[in-house]
Design a protein around this ligand. Structure first.
Ligand SMILES: [Zn+2]
Length: 191
């Protein structure tokens, strides 16, 4: 799947924030929502600048961005359940709340690409608006089915399926092999 790199980066950021900041289960292990310095690291670890670097925002900015994560999770859960009405309603609400501003920027090759900026140049508003717009573009295209929740037992981490055939079902290779191994054991037990 040939994602536009800006869109791909926004969707990766959405999935990264959900996985790093929302409580639940990760590959059979319970996970709690991080707080304080851990939360700050979790947010910056989920984001990549256009030049591929981790951003270095202030603590207050990552705190505000962290608050977006549960709302992003709802979008992945709705698309995974095939409930596009619910997903679209949630994305429209995010777009309303974050006011993305489309703008043409030159990419590294010198070509103009459509990017989404925030209502101002602050770190958290820029990322929030960009992510909301990125989810809107995905849901308004044939990428809607590419946002999923891990199908492995005891895991609710999310993913963006960038595979050619769109057949991804798990958050990670670890969950995929966990499910494969369980199926293998079940076959050998004869049930
Ligand atoms: Zn998983």
């Amino acid at each position: 799947m040939d994602f536009d790199s800006h869109l791909g980066r926004l969707l990766d950021a959405a999935a990264g924030l959900v996985n790093a900041l929302t409580p639940g289960q990760d590959g059979g292990h319970p996970v709690a929502a991080p707080a304080g310095a851990e939360r700050h690291e979790a947010v910056t670890g989920a984001l990549l600048d256009a030049d591929g670097r981790r951003p270095r925002p202030e603590r207050a900015a990552t705190g505000r961005l962290a608050e977006l994560a549960p709302r992003l999770r709802e979008v992945f859960e709705a698309t995974d359940a095939g409930d596009l009405d619910a997903a679209a309603a949630r994305v429209n609400a995010l777009v309303d709340a974050t006011s993305p501003r489309p703008q043409l920027d030159r990419d590294a090759s010198g070509a103009y690409r459509l990017h989404f900026h925030g209502p101002d140049d602050s770190f958290d508003r820029g990322w929030a608006a960009g992510i909301a717009a990125g989810l809107a573009v995905a849901l308004g295209s044939d990428l809607a089915g590419r946002l999923g929740v891990c199908a492995a037992p005891a895991c609710d981490r999310v993913y963006v399926d960038t595979s050619r055939n769109g057949g991804r079902r798990f958050c990670s290779a670890r969950c995929q092999s966990r499910v494969k191994a369980a199926a293998h054991r079940a076959r050998h037990r004869g049930d």
